[in-house]
Write a protein that binds this ligand. Structure first.
Ligand SMILES: Nc1ncnc2c1ncn2[C@@H]1O[C@H](COP(=O)(O)OP(=O)(O)OP(=O)(O)O)[C@@H](O)[C@H]1O
Length: 202
C-alpha cells in the first residue's frame, strides 16, 4: 500500500497548501484525484513520489518509509513529457536508461521502433508521452502518479494509452493515482475518487 500519513506541506512554510492530509492507495487500485486548478494535486503527487519532502508527516510504501535512494517505487508522470527527458539524448537511450521493455510492450503502447532513433524534439507530444509512460514501468515500480498525462492526446490515442496502462497495471498489480480535471475520465478509469480542496481530501 502507498500511504500518506498526516502530510503537511506549503511552499512557504507559514502558508500550508496541504493540511494533515492522509491517503491510501492499494496494490492494483486505480484512485482518481480531482480538484480545482492550484488546489495542490501535482504537489501531492510529487510528495507521494518523493520529489518533494513534507514539512510534517510521512509517505510509506508497503509499510516502509519512502527513501530517496535507488529506483523510485513511486513514479510521477507529468503532463509535459518534454520537460522529463534529456533533449540531447535519442529517446531510445532515455528509455533504456530506465529499463529494456519487451517488443510486445513497446507495441502495446503504440511506439514505433524508428521513434527510438530520434531526438525528443522530433516526436509529437503524444508520441513522447507514450515513451515517458513506458519508461516509468521499470521492474520494481509499484505505484504510478499519472498527472494529467493524456490531456494533450487525441481521443483515440488517449484510449490506446489508458488501455495499455490498464493491462500492464493489472498484470503487475500496480497502484495508480490518476490526477485529472476530467470527471468522465476519472469515472471511467477509477474505482474510487477523492477531491482536494482547501488542503484536505474529501
Ligand atoms: N515550486 C513552487 N514554488 C512556489 N509555489 C508553487 C510551486 N509549485 C507550485 N506552487 C503553487 O502551489 C499551488 C498548487 O500547485 P499545484 O501545481 O500542486 O496545483 P494543481 O492542483 O496541480 O493545479 P493544476 O490543476 O492547475 O495543475 C499553486 O498555487 C502553485 O502556484
Amino acid at each position: 500500500m502507498l500511504e500518506a500519513r498526516q502530510l503537511q506541506f506549503g511552499f512557504r512554510s507559514n502558508v500550508p497548501l496541504l493540511e494533515t492530509l492522509s491517503l491510501r492507495l492499494e496494490h492494483g487500485e486505480w484512485l482518481g484525484l480531482s480538484g480545482n486548478s492550484g488546489a495542490g494535486k501535482s504537489t501531492l503527487g510529487k510528495l507521494l513520489a518523493g520529489l518533494l519532502t513534507p514539512q510534517h508527516g510521512d509517505v510509506y510504501v508497503d509499510n516502509k518509509p519512502l527513501t530517496q535512494r535507488g529506483l523510485r517505487p513511486v513514479q510521477w508522470l507529468a503532463q509535459s513529457p518534454e520537460l522529463a527527458v534529456n533533449p540531447r539524448w535519442r529517446v531510445g537511450k532515455t528509455l533504456r536508461e530506465a529499463w529494456t521493455p519487451s517488443d510486445a510492450l513497446i507495441q502495446d503502447f503504440g511506439i514505433r521502433r524508428d521513434w527510438l532513433e530520434r531526438l525528443p524534439n522530433a516526436l509529437s507530444g503524444g508520441e513522447l508521452q507514450r515513451i515517458c509512460v513506458l519508461r516509468a514501468l521499470a521492474p520494481g515500480v509499484r505505484y504510478l502518479i499519472a498527472d494529467e498525462i493524456s490531456t494533450m492526446l487525441d481521443p483515440i490515442t488517449q484510449v490506446e494509452l489508458w488501455q495499455a496502462l490498464k493491462q500492464h497495471a493489472r498484470h503487475h498489480q500496480l497502484g495508480v493515482l490518476v490526477i485529472s480535471h476530467d470527471a468522465a475520465l476519472l469515472e471511467r478509469l477509477c474505482t474510487r475518487r477523492v477531491h482536494l480542496a482547501g488542503g484536505v481530501l474529501n
